[in-house]
Design a protein around this ligand. Sequence first.
Ligand SMILES: [Fe+2]
Length: 335
Amino acid sequence: MSLAGLNMAEDTETAIMELVQLDARARQLEEEVTSFQHRMADSGLFTDEHVIRILDAHPRDFLAVSRMGADSTSYEWSEGDTTGLCGADLLAAVRKGRLWLNIRKVTRFHPDLSALVERLYAELEQKCPQFRTSRHSANILISSPNALVYYHLDLPQNILWQLRGHKRVWVYPIETRTVAPDVLESTLASERIEDLPYDPKTDALAQVFDLESGDVVTWPQNWPHRVENADDLNISLSTEHYTAAQLRRIRVSQANSLIRNATGLSSRSVKTDGLGYSMKYTVFLAARMGQRLLRRRQDHNLYQYPRTFRVNPTAADAVEPLEAPIPGTVPGPVA
Ligand SMILES: [Fe+2]
């Protein structure tokens, strides 16, 4: 099935099915936790058959498989090897085990999915006229019954589009210091990975969403979140983007970090306008020419999780240990 299959007439011969059902203002979409609905589930793009086809066509360097523990307060995240397995094997393993399959950067490799993601953002921007985004990317997440993703934050703003299965998502307001300022700065500056110390007491501050097929949730840039699947196979689309203000915020944090590292002076101001911002942006540009910070971060080379297991759909938990870990450059959790 191609994206053309989504252009089906509904009530009239010329009607084009809207994929996004949203009634929100741009400011709300960028600055508040927002839930709405989508209509991709019936498209046929995320059936077993089509997902297997995507897996078979996707470069393995951009496919990460992870497993985790059962306790959201105890970080146990490791990466696995999928050499020799086809898409059907991988899907069977995820159904059986406790795995998190991240098909990364799908818009680079699958024209149908690239068109789909661009259409989703076009609809969002049409419905919220002042919502303007760039640097779109997307990952397809296929995850086991009862799998989880630990408390973490992401650099860009995320939109989580639930396609199949059920999951619970906790989103934590950043202004209540659910992330310490120095941890946030070093995360935004790519000096540390995005997983964060987690205190279950902060759950009292969280907004909680039980997602099923057709649900979408998004939260402001850098807000911490975590995920637990219900007892069924989950397939989700995670899209990422930046608005102009969000890019400025990242640049300020990276400039703050560069200034601090170069001079020992701490500058935690995250103002994104005025002379201070202009100076920091100059620092950021000069540094980036040498270090290619943003590109390095976007290619996820910061992460060096070794691969410690091999996926095996015939094994008890669909995994078996590797005798010798394989050094890796795969990313951490994405949800
Ligand atoms: Fe995330």
